[in-house]
Design a binder for this molecule. Structure first.
Ligand SMILES: Cc1cc2nc3c(=O)[nH]c(=O)nc-3n(C[C@H](O)[C@H](O)[C@H](O)COP(=O)(O)OP(=O)(O)OC[C@H]3O[C@@H](n4cnc5c(N)ncnc54)[C@H](O)[C@@H]3O)c2cc1C
Length: 306
């Protein structure tokens, strides 16, 4: 039986019902979206967002799903994935790159390096999109989105675009104002620097990638680091010292290679992963009197976790 879908005549786009979200997250778990669309142009994004607002149903935005744990029950309302909005322009005059929300961050980092523009070398190993990076203030190797973002263009409910500069984005460690007040990021502009040779920038980018591939378990489904680092300690160190490397619950496992990664080691459910996150949190608190705070965004029905 085919699930019903809704055709939005104005923008010629289709909103589908009961679409599985498991394949749209890097954890490879999660139930269906009540309604789903992955717009391929801004008009379809505007039309689907307006449709959800008119229906008074909730809206959830998805990039590459690389920082998400979606519940086995799935998500109510409309899920909008911006992963297919992928164009970018490099402005040689200003040394700025403007990229749409779905642009894969590693791809953008390599393109910048090939231009001989420095500033995104840190981003090469982060398997998310520009939209997700802006919302999460993604970062690595001492760099982060806030360091080079000039402005983010977000869609408002009336269909107009609002421009947010770095100050308005209220960036903090792995956080921005768009986490408390979700609005769809349509595109973002980054300031990069010319001057170094392309070969040098490519070499730094490659070094970062090599380092990550050798220290993190990229060959299994995960969301990257599960917990924020309670600086000056790292979450991985606290979890490892709690003896939890390799600890398994259902199909979820604390990675041997990096203790702050939880892997879907085969047929995990979102509930398995959630329960393991909670268990790790409790064990670390017992051993270190420190409550680890999840970096991964948990969407849908889960017991409350702080
Ligand atoms: C192997 C691995 C390694 C990782 N390493 C790092 C790392 O080094 N540093 C780091 O910071 N992160 C890392 N991550 C986590 C993740 O890649 C980042 O948080 C990334 O920025 C998420 O981007 P995304 O497109 O996948 O966003 P999603 O996971 O799809 O979404 C994340 C948040 O952004 C919102 N969002 C996404 N797109 C939009 C949009 N267009 N408009 C509005 N809201 C939107 C979502 O609603 C959600 O709140 C890693 C993940 C994996 C799997």
């Amino acid at each position: 039986m085919t699930s019903p879908s809704i055709h939005l005549a104005d923008s010629d786009c289709e909103i589908q019902s009961q679409v599985s979200l498991a394949e749209m997250t890097t954890f490879r778990v999660g139930g269906p979206a009540e309604w789903f669309i992955a717009p391929t142009n801004v008009e379809a994004l505007q039309a689907s967002y307006a449709w959800a607002k008119a229906q008074e149903i909730s809206v959830t935005f998805l990039g590459a799903g690389s920082n998400l744990l979606i519940s086995d029950q799935g998500l109510p309302g409309l899920v909008i994935s911006t992963r297919y909005l992928r164009q970018q322009t490099f402005d040689a005059q200003t040394c700025q790159v403007t990229a749409f929300a779905g642009k894969p961050l590693p791809r953008l980092a390599w393109q910048a390096a090939k231009h001989g523009w420095s500033g995104l070398e840190w981003a090469v190993g982060i398997p998310g999109t520009v939209g997700g990076a802006v919302v999460m203030n993604a970062g690595a190797h001492g760099g982060c989105t806030a360091d080079c973002l000039v402005e983010a263009h977000v869609l408002q409910t009336d269909g107009s675009i609002k421009i947010l500069n770095t100050e308005q984005m209220a960036f903090k460690y792995r956080s921005s104002c768009l986490q408390q007040h979700p609005q769809p990021v349509v595109f973002a502009t980054f300031q990069l620097q010319a001057g170094q040779s392309a070969a040098q920038i490519k070499a730094t980018t490659q070094t970062h990638l090599d380092h990550r591939l050798s220290t993190q378990p990229y060959d299994w489904p995960s969301c990257g680091s599960v917990f924020r680092n309670p600086l000056p300690r790292t979450a991985g160190w606290l979890i490892e010292k709690s003896g939890l490397k390799g600890y398994t619950l259902g199909g979820a496992q604390v990675a041997q290679k990096h203790a702050n990664f939880i892997l879907n080691s085969g047929n995990a459910t979102a509930t398995d992963i959630f329960n393991l996150i909670f268990y790790v949190q409790q064990e670390v608190e017992k051993n270190w009197s420190l409550l680890l705070r999840p970096e991964v965004k948990m969407l849908g029905e889960f017991p409350q976790i702080t």
